[in-house]
Design a protein around this ligand. Structure first.
Ligand SMILES: NC(=O)C1=CN([C@@H]2O[C@H](COP(=O)(O)OP(=O)(O)OC[C@H]3O[C@@H](n4cnc5c(N)ncnc54)[C@H](OP(=O)(O)O)[C@@H]3O)[C@@H](O)[C@H]2O)C=CC1
Ligand SMILES: CC(=O)[C@@H](O)[C@H](O)COP(=O)(O)O
Ligand SMILES: [Mn+2]
Length: 408
């Protein structure tokens, strides 16, 4: 196949890949800009988006001079537009959820970095997929919510879906470029999990954990929501579901092992029991650089592994007693389609409540399990975006009800 002729490996007149970053003010967004800054001749930033950090977005716009910027609300847009005009920038400032979809599908953009946190990222991801973009997916909640519908949009839109989540990038890096060869090669995959900040803590004491303690990840610096997910291992549960869809696997073909050093980012166990692993220092700029440059490789800024200076690489069982959220992934995958959307929605409500001081840490998994068990997913819910978004809302309402019951 002529790579240059495919829509996701475009050759714009400038010769530079035109990149939209959804969620540019976050951890993945800023790491993406860090990688892009190393390659000014290869990439151009067309679009930056933010939700609450408008000052940070303004600074990014001044540095990158994008064609478009998106914020959440009209008054933020008016304010930012005035600031950028005063600085002599022609950037058009848009606002709202529809604007995110618009910029994700913009014909003047070749590649979309999906770095919004949470279910809010699904509609713009779908828009990018339908428009045939190179879609670099960090926003795991979007694929957990979207499931088969998300993958269908990627296929029918002719998009190139590139995993950014470190584990899924690792698996992707271990697999051949020809996707039709994947099924015959893979026996199963092993996602590595750090175990988070409470790997050695007595589970009976987890009720008193504070948000700052939960966000103190041992190996990665990330946004607060994913940091809490890593502590509870809901992050790994979401990643199991994400892997099921990205690599078209059965639930039992996705396994998890604790690897506290986060040096092996995940592994493919092949049919012949050969194991392929991807290793590196824990730095998201590696998967981001690979998403931007695939199938080539570019400098990322990450430190190289020093094998002689490494601590021993160790492995442990991911214990369901310590991490009760983890088994919910397989439970949801085996239940009616749409159940993973329910689990994700419940978790978003639970984590927000925990970060806001309204839910005990050790009740996040309880709330998620309760919502998953109590909500009867309608048969056709997963057949349309509207059905999935309605299900997401229903699960959030039930989660808020469970929250009130747990706090009573
Ligand atoms: N951080 C990491 O290392 C990794 C992250 N991921 C995944 O990548 C995604 C982003 O994570 P991370 O960068 O850590 O998160 P952050 O919280 O650091 O950043 C989130 C970004 O999304 C924006 N945002 C938040 N809510 C909304 C909304 N409702 N609508 C539109 N934009 C919104 C934020 O804007 P603002 O800042 O202006 O409020 C910010 O730009 C998550 O899905 C996470 O699971 C996956 C692997 C690793
Ligand atoms: C960097 C990344 O991809 C995160 O999802 C990371 O995996 C979190 O680490 P654990 O969930 O393994 O603690
Ligand atoms: Mn990950």
């Amino acid at each position: 196949m002529n790579a240059a002729a495919t829509p996701n490996r475009p050759t714009p007149a400038s010769g530079r890949l035109r990149v939209c970053i959804l969620g540019s003010t976050g951890s993945i967004g800023t790491s993406t800009l860090d990688v892009l800054a190393r390659h000014p001749d290869a990439y151009e930033v067309t679009t930056l988006t933010a939700h609450s950090r408008i000052d940070a977005l303004a600074a990014q716009c001044l540095a990158w001079r994008p064609r478009q910027a998106v914020v959440a609300r009209p008054e933020q847009a008016t304010d930012l537009q005035a600031r950028l005009r005063a600085a002599g920038l022609a950037t058009e400032v848009l606002h709202g959820a529809a604007a995110l979809e618009q910029v994700a599908a913009d014909p003047g953009t070749d590649a979309v970095m999906a770095a919004i946190v949470g279910a809010a990222g699904l509609p713009p991801c779908l828009a990018a997929a339908r428009a045939g973009k190179r879609l670099m997916l960090a926003n795991k909640e979007a694929i957990v919510l979207g499931g088969a519908l998300f993958m269908g949009a990627v296929k029918s839109g002719g998009a190139m879906l590139l995993p950014i989540d470190s584990e899924h990038s690792a698996i992707f890096q271990c697999l051949p470029e020809d996707r039709s060869a994947w099924a015959s090669r893979i026996d199963h995959i092993v996602l590595t999990a750090s175990g988070g900040p409470f790997r050695d803590r007595d589970p009976a004491t987890l009720h008193s954990v504070t948000p700052d303690q939960a966000c103190a990840h041992p190996n990665w610096v990330m946004g607060r929501k994913i940091s809490v997910d890593s502590a509870t291992m809901m992050n790994k549960a979401l990643e199991v579901i994400e892997a099921r869809w990205l690599f078209d696997l059965q639930p039992e073909q996705v396994r998890v092992v604790l690897h506290p050093q986060s040096i092996i980012h995940s592994m493919v166990v092949c049919r012949d029991n050969s194991v392929l692993a991807q290793l590196g220092t824990p730095d998201m700029r590696v998967p981001i650089a690979y998403g931007l440059s695939w199938p080539a490789r570019i400098e990322s800024g990450a430190a190289r592994l020093d094998f002689l200076g490494l601590k021993p690489l160790t492995f442990e069982t991911a214990d369901a007693h310590r991490y009760p959220a983890l088994p919910l992934a397989w439970q949801a995958l085996r239940a009616r389609e749409g159940s993973t959307a329910v689990l994700n929605a419940a978790n978003e409500v639970a984590v927000e409540a925990f970060l806001g001081g309204r839910l005990r840490y050790d009740r996040i998994a309880t709330l998620n399990a309760d919502v998953l068990a109590r909500l009867a997913v309608p048969e056709t819910a997963a057949a349309s975006v509207e059905g999935l978004l309605a299900l997401d809302q229903e699960a959030r309402a039930l989660a808020r009800q469970c929250l009130a019951e747990l706090s009573a």
